[in-house]
Design a protein around this ligand. Structure first.
Ligand SMILES: Cc1cn([C@H]2C[C@H](O)[C@@H](COP(=O)(O)OP(=O)(O)O[C@H]3O[C@@H](C)C(=O)[C@@H](O)[C@H]3O)O2)c(=O)[nH]c1=O
Length: 188
C-alpha cells in the first residue's frame, strides 16, 4: 500500500497493492495497520456509497462541523472521478487551497480527506460509484458547504464545455468568503 502526502498537510493519496491473476485481481482496500504505520490512526464508523448517473456530476464541497467533523477515506467503486479537498482551517498556511486526485476503478487510488477540509468530486464517467469511510456519523445539523465554483478557491474541475449536474443544495452553497469556518489549524 503506497501512502503519499500531498501538498496539503493531512491529505494523503493511497494506492493499495493489487494482485492480478487469471480471475481478475485481489486488493486490500483498507488496512488500519498500514495507515497507522503512516501516523494515520483514524477510527472509521460509517461507510457511504453513492452513484452518480451522469459524467460531469459534482457533489460538494461538503463538511461536517465539530463535534461531528469527519475524516473521509474515499475511493471509486465504478467509473472514474476527480476528488477534491479544500483546506478550510482558520490560520492554516494553505487556507483556501485545494488538492485534487483522479480516483478510478482502474487505478484503485484513494484519498484521505481529514476534518478541516471541505470535500467534493466530479464524475469523469457515467454511472460512477464513490465509496468512502467516515470517522463520525452523519449529523445533518452540523452539515456545511462551500460553493463548488467559489472564485477564491478556483478549482479546476476539468469540465471543459460541460455544465455540471448539481443538487439544489450545492447550486446554492455559500462562498468561502461568507463561511465562518468552524475549524482551526492545529499545526498538523
Ligand atoms: C451524507 C449523508 C446523507 N444522507 C441523506 C441525506 C439526504 O436525504 C440524502 C442525500 O444527501 P446529500 O445530498 O447531502 O448527498 P451528497 O451530496 O452525496 O453528500 C455527500 O457529498 C460528498 C461530497 C461528501 O463528502 C459527503 O460527506 C456528503 O456530504 O442522503 C444520509 O442519510 N447520511 C449521510 O451520511
Amino acid at each position: 500500500m503506497k501512502i503519499e502526502q500531498t501538498p496539503l498537510s493531512g491529505v494523503f493519496v493511497i494506492t493499495p497493492a493489487r494482485f492480478g491473476d487469471h480471475r481478475g485481481f485481489f486488493s486490500e482496500s483498507y488496512s488500519s495497520k498500514a495507515l497507522v504505520e503512516h501516523g494515520i490512526s483514524t477510527q472509521f464508523v460509517q461507510d457511504n456509497h453513492s452513484l452518480s448517473m451522469t459524467q460531469g456530476t459534482i457533489r460538494g464541497l461538503h463538511f461536517q462541523a465539530p463535534p461531528h467533523a469527519q475524516d473521509k477515506l474515499v475511493r471509486c467503486g465504478r467509473g472514474a472521478l476527480f476528488d477534491v479537498a479544500v483546506d478550510i482551517r482558520n490560520g492554516s498556511p494553505t487556507y483556501g487551497q485545494w488538492y485534487g486526485a483522479e480516483l478510478s476503478f482502474e487505478n484503485g487510488k484513494q484519498m484521505l480527506v481529514p476534518a478541516g477540509f471541505a470535500h467534493g468530486f466530479v464524475t469523469r464517467a457515467p454511472e460512477t460509484e464513490i465509496i468512502y469511510k467516515c470517522s463520525d456519523y452523519y449529523a445533518q445539523e452540523t452539515e456545511g458547504a462551500v460553493a463548488w465554483d467559489d472564485p477564491q478557491v478556483e478549482i479546476d474541475w476539468g469540465l471543459g464545455v460541460m455544465t455540471p449536474v448539481l443538487s439544489d443544495k450545492d447550486a446554492n452553497a455559500p462562498s468561502l468568503a461568507d463561511l465562518n469556518s468552524p475549524f482551526t489549524f492545529e499545526g498538523v
